[in-house]
Design a protein around this ligand. Structure first.
Ligand SMILES: O=C(O)C(=O)C[C@]1(C(=O)O)C=C[C@@H](O)C=C1
Length: 403
């Protein structure tokens, strides 16, 4: 003990090292004095932490009281709608879109539009759940991008129903076991999800919303070590989105296609030499580590999802209409089907043809047009299209995706 003390005292008396002498000289220089002055000014301008937190406490109190008032009025809206059979009858996608667009219009920072939209969605979600949480079917299991799309569109105050296929999502909404369903329809890298489009050929469900989700893929495994990996599981769409990365970093690994990315994560959880390509949320759900990510080849990789329901909703002011058109087998048929939209000043966003299941070489066209089916220009255009088409089905008119 004494030895230690002596040593410390000795060290204190020791002549300054070369570095210490340099520091002292630097501090005494004009530059050093200016820096010290700037630091003192900085310290003086620093707000008092206690005072700042007191401000935040006061604001939180106001926010909470306003949320309470909002919940009260949302409940009153529910009452104004009269006694309805179920939560699904209180849901108004067009009104939610209008509320969120006002949030974006009012926003002048510092938080980004998508952050504020997320917060307000959660508030609306909680307000609606006062009646009863909505039941939303999606392509499961837990941890899929479809589940993220559900939360992005409906908030977290819902009851999610993970289902095993896109077909089952349609069936559960049709049967009334789910109020709405969320299914992927196209990816910016990989294009259309044909199985979703084909379901509309026989289903009577309506599209009542769309969700756009930036999709980030990760390579997940139990150990988190790339050198352990001999097999990779994923959905074929995700493999396609990460083709270049896999070619460069895991050229020899076996690629095994499975029904969903979450299913891939579940399989990777059970083996040391297996990995899954999935969203990072699957890592939390299945207890995996991220080896690398994001690993998608295109940084703007986005998936568009459709919200399926059983009825059509009124216009929100900025809508899209999805049509299914069966054309007659005659010259210029497609031209005659498309011309009315141009004539009435309506933009076509997308057209996709699929075998129509009505006969050999008969085609069905999936067409997206900007506008709502109840708006005058669209009504005129649809009347004219009906004259040339074999059949026109309005799959839905719904608010354009927000943030
Ligand atoms: O305005 C309504 O119709 C409401 O029911 C209120 C509210 C909201 O919280 O703003 C809640 C649920 C609806 O989906 C839309 C909006």
């Amino acid at each position: 003990m004494a030895g230690t003390t002596r040593k410390k005292a000795g060290a204190a008396k020791a002549p300054a090292s070369g570095k210490a002498r340099k520091d002292v000289a630097e501090a005494a220089s004009p530059r050093g004095r200016a820096a010290a002055k700037a630091k003192a000014a900085d310290d003086a301008a620093k707000p008092d932490l206690g005072q700042v937190r007191a401000q935040i406490d006061g604001i939180d109190q106001q926010i909470q009281s306003l949320i309470k008032q909002r919940a009260h009025w949302a409940h009153q809206v529910g009452k104004a709608k009269g006694k309805l059979a179920a939560a699904v009858d209180y849901y108004r996608p067009e009104r939610e879109a209008q509320v969120l667009r006002k949030v974006v219009d009012r926003n002048d920072g510092p938080l980004a539009d998508d952050v504020l939209v997320r917060l307000f969605r959660e508030i609306m979600s909680a307000c609606l759940a006062q009646q009863e949480p909505l039941k939303i079917g999606f392509l499961g299991p837990e941890g899929t991008h479809s589940q993220q799309a559900v939360y992005k569109h409906f908030g977290h105050s819902i009851h999610g129903l993970p289902l095993s296929s896109i077909e089952e999502v349609f069936q559960e909404v049709e049967a009334g076991h789910a109020d709405f369903g969320v299914v992927p329809v196209e990816n910016s890298t990989q294009g259309t999800i044909q199985s979703t489009l084909d379901m509309f050929l026989t289903s009577n469900l309506r599209i009542c919303g769309e969700v756009e989700l930036r999709v980030h893929q990760h390579l997940l495994s139990r150990s988190g070590r790339v050198e352990d990996i001999e097999r990779v599981y994923s959905h074929p769409q995700s493999f396609a989105q990460c083709k270049a990365w896999l070619r460069q970093y895991l050229p020899a690994a076996e690629k095994i296609a499975v029904i969903s990315n979450a299913d891939a994560a579940r399989r990777a959880r059970n083996a040391d030499d297996a990995a899954a390509i999935a969203g990072i949320s699957a890592a939390t759900v299945y207890g995996l580590k991220s080896i690398a990510g994001p690993i998608e080849d295109r940084p703007d990789n986005t998936t568009r999802f459709l919200v399926l329901g059983r009825e059509l909703f009124p216009p929100s002011g900025n809508d899209r209409t999805s049509l299914l058109v069966f054309i007659k087998d005659q010259p210029g048929a497609l031209f005659h089907v498309l011309a009315p939209f141009a004539k009435h000043g309506l933009s076509m966003n997308r057209i996709e043809s699929r075998p129509g299941h009505t006969g050999r070489w008969q085609y069905a066209f999936f067409i997206d047009i900007t506008g709502h089916a109840q708006e005058p220009a669209m009504r005129l255009a649809l009347d004219e299209v009906a004259e040339f088409a074999q059949e026109v089905k309005v799959l839905g008119s719904y608010p354009v995706a927000i943030a």
